[in-house]
Write a protein that binds this ligand. Sequence first.
Ligand code: ADP
Ligand code: ZN
Length: 657
Amino acid sequence: MASNKKNNNYFTWFYLTIATLLIGIYMFGDGNTSATKQVNYSDLNSYIERGFVKEIVIYNDNEVEAYLYPDSAVNIFKSDAKKLGERPMVISEIMSQENFDNFLKEQQSTGRFNGTIRVEKKPELWNGFLINILPLIIFIGLWIFLMRKMSGGAQGGGGVFNVGKSQAKLFEKDKNDRITFKDVAGQEGAKQEVKEIVDFLRNPKKYTELGGKIPKGALLVGPPGTGKTLLAKAVAGEANVPFFSLSGSDFVEMFVGVGASRVRDLFRQAKEKAPCIIFIDEIDAVGRARGKNPAMGGNDERENTLNQLLTEMDGFGTNSGIIVMAATNRADILDKALLRAGRFDRQIHVDLPDLNERKAVFGVHLKPLKLDESVDVDLLARQTPGFSGADIANVCNEAALIAARQQKKAVDKQDFLDAVDRIVGGLEKKSKVMTNHEKETIALHEAGHATLSWFLEHANPLIKVTIVPRGRALGAAWYLPEERQITTKEQMLDEMCAILGGRAAEELFTGHISTGAMNDLERVTKQAYGMIAYAGMSDKLPNLCYYNNSEYSFQRPYSEKTAELIDNEVKELINKQYERAKKMLLEHKEGHAQLAKLLQENEVIFAEDVEKIFGKRPWTSRSEEIFDTTKEAATDSKTAEEVQPSPEENIKDENKQ
Ligand code: ADP
Ligand code: ZN
């Protein structure tokens, strides 16, 4: 920023002045302040001959200092005795010591000079300089260096006085290289969600006149390199407003209070430019949940910064036109206060691209390259499962470099395949790039969930399944959860069975079990414990609730024996559901295999695809029922009734034991 640069200049001058002053004081501060004057040799001789001189110092480099009697000095300097100081003198050069000695002897013998003569070694100026000044200079240098370091010198913001300034980079509007939604490939869902923000920034009146409240903040959640920054920039570009960009870690400093003051400064700058967008990357650096454990002391500085951020976000009205967008790949560790209404109340998921989206991202990044006809976007997208948008951009760039290295006229297919190999090699360790074998396993696993939830009466209806890795999970399935206040035992059992379907499918169809099911198992185990220890749903411990709501009590409210019983009941419950899952999967083996194959090819499948394989779902969930009756009267609930019998037997079976 221009103003920052100017400030830096001022501070440089400020430092220089201080340094010069200090050096000056050091060098001349305690020296004599008496009058001195350079004179030539003949003048010196005449002063001595006239008896003006009371003391002579001859230095080894032929310089002579002649100290004068006060009266004579007044004569020579033609000035007040007071101004001349205690030891006024003249300085001169002599031709040779010998001659000068002779001359002095002559003067002494004639009585014109009867003062003292000293011969001295000249103090070496450089030596004195080193001893006196150098430590000072080093000290000052070190100090300036430290100050710069502390205030994030990487961005050139120098000086302790800048430490509280925000480090945000500003992208002005009306630039030619504006980024728009065109530059963001795929991510249709996310784009749809931010469109409202664009609309608001373009035309805030439309909303505020109606009394509508506009989100002040949106949180972009997704793994690195998926285009979160790009999306935020595109929002600014579409709305043609300025864009402030900084990282959460820019707020974190070793000085107390600096983070909070930077937040204030950032919002002050933003208000001047409103309407505008503030983008905070990696907000978890400041936004992590505040210390729950008071004994640890926590990170007060980060807390202060976070509090200031919350205050600022509450402080600006919805019509002030500042929208804060933040990015993180872990929304779950953020402080709940950040996610409350009026702050980042909107979470927009930006996921790793699936096959078609990868094709689109390739489309964007292939455009500037000179391509051979052999390049096939379809193939490239297929070869890059688990790649983020940034990885794909990287592949395109790398391919161009490989081609250039071989003096090719255009980039061809082989260059791309080499680039993919190279990048996979680099990525394997740090991110979720899948081998074909892994992809198959994950497809079988997710197809297992999908199959079971299709055929289990109480399982939540499926919306979409993907094998694109997200967060900690390797694949994911979306369900339409039923809105319900109480849950029956049958519903819980069906849910557990569907969750276990992933592991069951792995065991049945790959012959191995893997760590891919860990999340599922954790959920099932917790649920089973809940059913038995809290909800009184076990036959051996009916109607008992051992829920203990005092947080800090570590004592179990039941005996060792009961604990053992609970453990056994949990094991039995889960085992039974697991067997049930395996049995059902075997019944629908062909369909499951088709589903897994489709998943492997397309990476995403939707409820319609499942319906094509298995036929219409034999069950309609309550929420779907309500939806259907408004449209097609009773036909659908009828089909549900017609097919009901068989799985109900299944559940009755459960209940008997
Ligand atoms: P994030 O902020 O999520 O870590 P970025 O927005 O910084 O990721 O993305 C880094 C780069 O990756 C972008 O500059 C762009 O070149 C490329 N990229 C990522 N996602 C996409 C996408 N959906 N479409 C086009 N390019 C993308
Ligand atoms: Zn699973």
